[in-house]
Write a protein that binds this ligand. Structure first.
Ligand SMILES: [Zn+2]
Ligand SMILES: [Zn+2]
Length: 238
């Protein structure tokens, strides 16, 4: 049995199976042809501020109506279909995906490389213990190595648990996040920062954390995520 497993590994190493369905692939890609169609990259039209996929590369209506607390955001893939499955994997045991996302983000974030430090959206200590890691921290570290911008581990702490955000309206999300994050003024004051998280949906988390960072004296913040939802004009709460 052991020998068979070993042989199997030699002939079909990890990167020769599809990341999403596990099927064998022979062209050295990460996804099989069927799954590849389900992953969208943010390399076409995106909003110049929030970085979400849009129909045209002009400011989305949300950024037009309300300037976010961050200066500019970037994300690698669209949070839907195969992209959402990848994020799920990343959050549940497949920490190695940090390098995949960081590679995708490296060029996109080149313009942020003048930042003084990279920080990440924190989880509560008990949540980190449960999951084994904070995926935002892993991605921040991987990006820090690629951009040569130092990782600042103690910039932020999460002091209050949040309800699951999914089922909440935009106003409820904002309320849910109130007072959850604390930034250390001694660490962030006077600095331009890159803030990293796994996903941007409504942007409520980014808004709460960036507002807190600025309150403690951060000069400007670039917000970077592995994935973000596509911006659609009729998205009500998204
Ligand atoms: Zn597949
Ligand atoms: Zn926008």
């Amino acid at each position: 049995m052991r020998l068979l497993n070993w042989l199997d590994k030699q002939f079909f190493p990890e990167n020769f199976t599809c990341e999403l369905c596990g099927r064998e692939i022979f062209d050295g890609g990460r996804f099989c042809a069927d799954c590849a169609k389900t992953v969208q990259f943010n390399d076409g039209e995106t909003c110049p501020v929030c970085g979400r996929k849009t129909a045209t590369s002009t400011l989305c209506l949300e950024c037009k109506a309300f300037a976010p607390a961050y200066k500019k955001a970037a994300s690698a893939i669209v949070y839907a279909d195969g992209g959402a499955k990848l994020i799920y994997k990343f959050k549940h045991g497949n920490a190695y995906l940090k390098d995949y996302f960081a590679d995708l983000l490296q060029d996109k974030c080149a313009e942020f490389a003048n930042a003084d430090g990279i920080c990440f959206v924190p989880m509560t200590k008990s949540d980190v213990r449960k999951r084994g890691y904070n995926q935002a921290e892993l991605l921040a570290k991987a990006l820090s190595e690629r951009l040569s911008v130092p990782l600042i581990k103690n910039a932020l702490t999460k002091v209050k648990k949040t309800e699951q955000q999914k089922s909440l309206s935009k106003a409820e999300r904002e309320n849910n996040l109130k007072g959850c994050f604390k930034a250390d003024g001694k660490v962030v004051k006077g600095k331009t920062l890159i803030l990293v998280d796994d996903v941007m949906t409504t942007g409520a988390t980014a808004e709460a954390v960036c507002t807190e960072l600025k309150k403690r004296g951060a000069l400007a913040i670039y917000f970077v995520t592995a994935a973000s939802v596509e911006y659609k004009v009729n998205n009500k709460d998204e």
